[in-house]
Design a binder for this molecule. Structure first.
Ligand code: CU
Length: 293
């Protein structure tokens, strides 16, 4: 109402504002007598679970959404730590209702300007305050993605960027193992299989393997629109994570449908000899209807 500048409108607007305010007040009073109280935040895990196969096919959509709002992610470096501030997208308060998923509170993926990958698991030091040691090996804008699961809020992927000065850090070692690609055009499933040759891998974070996908990269990596984390499940576990130390392999297949054509950075990660091995690669995804190169 303050923003109205036209003199002719000035007299009308406060009157309509008063009517609107009265309507809101009346509605609120009416609802407070008739509507059941909302469930406590996070107590309803998924109100659509009953119709999970076809959530829109139910005669009546669930009238209550007990899930939690999105989380805002801010990153800064201080005293050799990469510090993550997680705040509720609705209240701005620190978020302190994270669940452990895939064996960690936060799966943090950092990619440097030249395409080096870190897959880190920060430690919670206070509500909404998670930290991990990080020293940048190169100057520039780093992509930062945090995967979380919020109590009652499902999984969320939080993205931000941070510009850092080179501080003498070293990049994680990479290891080339054999990789077989069956690349399909955008919108169709591609399969990337890491071949270790021998059956000697351990599950890492409950999975036979992890694949990080970033792209299409046209300028800075941090601006890539697609950011995915794909899992290869341990065979025979019916999609349940496996924390045993049994040997797996020798092949770790990932199936992923690249949504857009273009050049992607892909990292395949698996554990062998109780060390995580990371194989970086570049994948070119053709447009739908074009053959893969
Ligand atoms: Cu992780």
């Amino acid at each position: 109402m303050v923003a109205v500048r036209r003199p002719g409108m000035a007299a009308l607007v406060p009157a309509s504002g008063a009517v609107a305010a009265l309507a809101v007040a009346v509605t609120a009073v009416t609802l407070s007598w008739s509507a059941p109280p909302l469930p406590p935040p996070g107590s309803v895990l998924d109100p659509t679970a009953a119709g999970i196969a076809d959530p829109y096919g139910a005669a009546r959509l669930a009238p209550v959404d007990g899930s939690r709002p999105p989380v805002n992610l801010a990153a800064e470096t201080r005293d050799g730590d990469l510090r993550l501030a997680l705040t509720d997208g609705s209240t701005g308060h620190p978020v302190d209702d994270l669940l452990v998923h895939d064996s960690a509170l936060i799966h943090l993926v950092v990619v440097s300007p030249v395409g080096r990958l870190w897959h880190l698991h920060p430690v919670r030091v206070a509500p909404g305050d998670h930290r991990v040691k990080f020293t940048a090996p190169e100057q520039g804008r780093y992509a930062v993605t945090a995967e979380i699961a919020r109590r009652g809020g499902g999984r969320q992927q939080l993205r931000t960027t941070i510009t850092l000065e080179a501080a003498g850090g070293t990049a994680p070692a990479t290891k080339d193992f054999g990789v077989e690609r069956r690349i399909a055009p955008a919108g169709s499933p591609s399969t990337i299989t890491a071949r270790f040759g021998t059956r000697d891998q351990q599950p890492w974070l409950g999975m036979a393997g992890h694949m990080i996908v970033v792209g299409p990269v046209t300028s800075e990596i941090a601006d890539a629109p697609i950011w995915a984390h794909v899992h290869a499940m341990v065979p025979g576990r019916q999609n349940r994570p496996d924390e045993s130390v049994a040997a797996f392999g020798p092949d770790v297949p990932f199936t992923y449908t690249f949504p857009l054509p273009g050049r992607y950075l892909v990292w395949v990660q698996a554990e062998r000899g109780y060390a995580v091995r990371t194989a970086p690669m570049t994948v070119d995804i053709p447009e739908p209807g074009r053959p893969a190169r």
